[in-house]
Design a protein around this ligand. Structure first.
Ligand SMILES: *[C@@H]1O[C@H](CO)[C@@H](O)[C@H](O)[C@H]1NC(C)=O
Ligand SMILES: *[C@@H]1O[C@H](CO)[C@@H](O)[C@H](O)[C@H]1NC(C)=O
Ligand SMILES: *[C@@H]1O[C@H](CO)[C@@H](O)[C@H](O)[C@H]1NC(C)=O
Length: 381
């Protein structure tokens, strides 16, 4: 599940104030503390171009590849209203900084031998480098999707709960599959059809990364069922990734991440949960002590499980919580494939984002043993 014990501290409500709307962002003419080169990135033809340059594929260095080597926010170069899809691309760019830094850190702290010693194939480290390079290309693509009237968010500082190759690869599997799920929701946001197409193309790349991990790393069946999981409220999944951001570390010019942000209580399966497969009885843990749900004692709440293109609602008893844990059974008729996204909602089917009162939690179904190991090990996620 996304969110965990080791990272509780990062879940404390961020002091970061809600940032100004993109149109109100500072202009490049005003004083700012960033290197001049950072502002040259406003020109989409500056630097290597994704789809043309091999650095987004075959760069085998440990240094940060472009544009990951330039972490400052990029200021608007034109006055005027923000583009209709700017918030969506800003959200995606902020999320991409997290993913890029995650891979970049692994490239910096591990070596080819570390992966081999952990029982992984000789090629594992190079694949991680290639994924890192792809993610750098995503940074550039997303920067270029934001219109010249809006700020392009820069990098923050991040904490990732991994220390060895295996815990890194486990977290990678969860992150890749989570990004496949949030992209199914995010693709519903852009008004421009071409933007939706670009998002699908990126989601497909994340799927290739995940498929590689299933085959080569986990020696598992690479297929994820007839359909990956559609979860319509992308920002709610993005919000859970705030757990990786060091509070207060983002450039002050960055917009709120994600925007709009609901700050829902984090949801995870409890440590006493024996298994996460369909049909398992799980306890619900609200892992952020500073952000707990409030239940109306006279209201019926539901755990809503999203899998494939379906969702199934199961009534839950919240009347004696927190004195008594809330237990719920994952729908037994779901296949043990891909991922299940769970939320707590005040209506069956969670038909609006406002109906959700806690979550989402990401329940990994593949590889099954990894999901249980993550839960038992208390490894965040
Ligand atoms: C970043 O990378 C680009 C492309 O490789 C290079 O031209 C530029 O000098 C680098 N800038 C910094 C600050 O490292
Ligand atoms: C789930 O487990 C809890 C705690 O052991 C138990 O009280 C509850 O009856 C179980 N529910 C089902 C459907 O097995
Ligand atoms: C969940 O499924 C129900 C019934 O098929 C549907 O009406 C509802 O819109 C779905 N919820 C979401 C959030 O897609």
């Amino acid at each position: 599940m996304l969110k965990a014990s080791t990272c509780i501290a990062c879940l404390l409500p961020l002091l970061r104030a809600v940032q100004a709307a993109p149109a109100a962002a500072p202009s490049s003419e005003k004083y700012h503390p960033y290197p001049a080169e950072s502002q040259w990135l406003a020109d989409p033809t500056y630097g290597p171009i994704p789809g043309e340059s091999d650095i987004y594929n075959y760069y085998w260095g440990t240094d940060r590849p472009f544009p990951g080597n330039i972490t400052a926010p990029i200021f608007p170069t034109q006055d005027g209203p923000p583009g209709v899809d700017d918030w969506t691309w800003q959200n995606l760019l902020s999320a991409e900084w997290i993913i890029f830094e995650f891979y970049q850190r692994a490239v910096e702290i591990f070596t080819e031998e570390d992966f081999v010693k952990a029982g992984m194939p000789q090629t594992a480290y190079r694949r991680i480098q290639e994924i890192r390079n792809n993610e750098a290309g995503h940074l550039r693509i997303f920067q270029n999707q934001i219109s010249p009237t809006s700020v392009k968010p820069g990098a923050c500082k991040y904490n990732f709960p991994f220390a060895d190759p295996v815990s890194f690869l486990a977290l990678m599997t969860v992150l890749e599959i989570s990004s496949m799920a949030f992209l199914t929701g995010l693709v519903q946001q852009p008004r421009h059809p071409a933007g939706r197409g670009a998002m699908i193309a990126i989601a497909e790349v994340e799927t290739r990364h995940e498929t590689w991990a299933l085959i080569d790393i986990w020696k598992a069946d690479p297929f994820g069922g007839t359909s990956d999981t559609v979860f319509p409220y992308a920002n709610e999944i993005l919000d859970t990734t705030n757990a990786f951001i060091v509070p207060g570390s983002c450039p002050p010019e960055n917009p709120e991440y994600p925007h709009p942000r609901q700050r829902l209580p984090a949801l995870s399966a409890g440590k006493d949960t024996p298994a996460l497969t369909p049909g398992s009885n799980i306890s619900l843990a609200f892992t952020d002590p500073r952000n707990q749900p409030r239940f109306d004692p006279h209201w019926q709440y539901y755990a809503v499980f999203f899998h494939g293109v379906l969702n199934v609602s199961v009534p839950i008893d919240t009347s004696v919580w927190p004195q008594k844990e809330i237990w719920v059974t994952i729908p037994a008729h779901f296949e043990t494939k891909g991922v299940i996204v769970a939320v707590v909602a005040d209506r069956p089917g969670a038909p609006t984002k406002e109906s959700i009162v806690a979550g989402p939690g990401i329940i990994l179904e593949q590889p099954t043993a990894l999901a249980t190991a993550l839960l038992k090990g208390g490894m965040s996620i």
